[in-house]
Design a protein around this ligand. Sequence first.
Ligand code: SF4
Length: 369
Amino acid sequence: MELLGKSKEELREMCVGMGEPAYRGGQIYHALYAERKFDFAQMTNSPASLRERLAAEATVTLPVVKQRFASSDGSVRYLFALGGAVKQGDGDFNAGDTEGTEKKNLLKAASVEAVFMPSEGRQTICVSTQAGCAVDCQFCLTAQLGLIRNLTAGEILAQVLLPLEEHKGRLAPQTNIVLMGQGEPLLNFDAVMAALRILLDPEGVGISPKHVTLSTSGIVPGIERLGLEKVRPKLAISLNASNDEQRDALMPINKKYPLSVLLDACKKYPLRPWEHLTFEYVMLGEVNDAPEDARRVVRLLGPLKSVKVNLIPWNPGELPYRESSAEAIEEFRRILVDRGIPAFVRYSRGRDVMAACGQLALMQIESSA
Ligand code: SF4
């Protein structure tokens, strides 16, 4: 019985099923997510008899840190190995359970990346939501993996809990989470939301919704569904193009959800009073970085309320794109700002330890091949 990824309600039901009072489930929930106690012996808010039963009947499966890359800017990039397992329900799997596998979902072994980035007054953790990705953005190395599998809620949570635990002696007061690693979060909606509810619960991991951002390539039904959630993160849209022709070429998902449909969903998205929609725009030299592109972005985003744009300079690497010049980025930013659209240049952290998402997992596959 896997506990990591279980909600408070599920843990309460589990305790009742074990003949224990329901409130013991709340204690396990607190120990797991607020105190990051992964060893039952350390869950001292539960009685010794329950801890012994849990040790015999349940597991907390953490991914193995296969590699750690420390950047000179202080960020740490993790390559996590996720064991093969048998899925029994959302966020619920038992490694090594082979009984009745034909009725269950097999989870393939996979590698995913997460990055821990400390900065003044806060740390930001970037997590993956799928191993590989089916969306096929042309500027993304993860796309070359294809979709390997969806992560469970527990596997998504572990990418936050493990780095927090590893750096617990020097954590800043604020933690930001960005769902911008491998995978399209809105194509693994249920597991992502199950993980987010625990991350955003003041009695769980306790991170403010203002500090958690989900980034999507523009999966319109997922955006609509997210807008209906009571507890949800902030939303960022990966835009990267100024017209359909350009976006079709860079992000083939645009053929399914073209800009007019995507921006209409953005217009209808129910923003909270403190919230704005973020649009990310990877600056690709001589592809999407001309002043005319900036003017088209102004026309696209002008009708939306409360937006901001993050311009992300391209990290040169294996893919056939070039960096935009500093002048082109500044000119682009100025055109947006002059027309009333807040725009910021965001450099990727950990550039010296391979910051392109998917790069480590791809290397892993290539080296094992
Ligand atoms: S950028 Fe994101 S959505 Fe696009 S292929 Fe890469 S991981 Fe998938």
